[in-house]
Design a protein around this ligand. Sequence first.
Ligand SMILES: [Zn+2]
Length: 351
Amino acid sequence: MTSPLCIYRYRDYLEQVKVIETGAIVVGKSISIDGFAEKPVRVITHAHSDHVIGLNESIKYSKYIVATPITLDLAELLGYVDKDLLPLYRLKSTPLDYHKVLRINGDELVLLNADHIPGSTQVLVELAEPKIRVGYTGDFKLTNKTDIIESPDVLVIESTYGNPLYTRPFKDSVPQILVDIVLEGLIKYKRVYIYAYHGKMQEAMKILREGGISEPFILPDKVYRAVRVLEEKYGFNYGSYFKDNDVKYNERSRFIVFKHFNLAKTRRLNGMGLHIVLTGRYTREPYIKVDDYTYVVSLSDHADFNDLVGYVERSNPQLVIIDGFRPGEAGALKEALSKKGFCTTVLPGGI
Ligand SMILES: [Zn+2]
């Protein structure tokens, strides 16, 4: 257990860094990240629904909406900005590339690669007064692309797989498994249906192209628009793809249809296609065959338990704050980090 003494020692830090009931990570006087607070700056780490909460309120209140150029575009394309606020959103949008410094009232803000979904970032803030370095991982995956925030005074971290049971030793083999299952489906049925959330769809598309699969992708309208912007503005390359209401793809003999994760339960088990559900939930095996026509494949865009602990060890912060607002295993991760000697608390609530 973390001793209350260590929390007492870092009480000045806890004055400067808070996770509040709106889901915002508030740093110093000026910066609110991933939730609404009455601050001049709102940062969006990435375009997933639990990180754009309160965005419309922030567009009205804050002076600057800061994110990577990709995230600013995706937040709009995926419909997270109210239509009548779009002009204000575009006016206040402040694109910031990785490793570039933005100065706000004397504080310095830098975005760092999180390798989670396209455009996703971690955030490093150096407060002017008191002089404190604060890192926030947002959602991240630990790969050779991920930046590590080294020796911050405070590190705020996610806890999706924060339970020691949630290790995924097979994670490196999942891409090839996905390619193999898709190939099997294309050969047997010609049609493969993949159910996933935004972000993970793009990850799967990339994996399949790298795995040598060239059949066209059929995409939901919103995803199609997002993918087009990723290709045209940001140099991503997803090969051949169509909108799901575009009839041209019917001329092709084989194709891969991407659908929103929630539609998996309405899939038709009629022998006309193979269904693959991409889950971010913890599974013991890389994939499970749930019926004759359906596989569930464990493709995660989050650090597993060992990666979360490994990140904190490499980062070596004075104080760890676990984001207990978003779904995860905050209590278990706190226990594990405390055992390793890190002064750790969970916010909101301070459990
Ligand atoms: Zn996310």
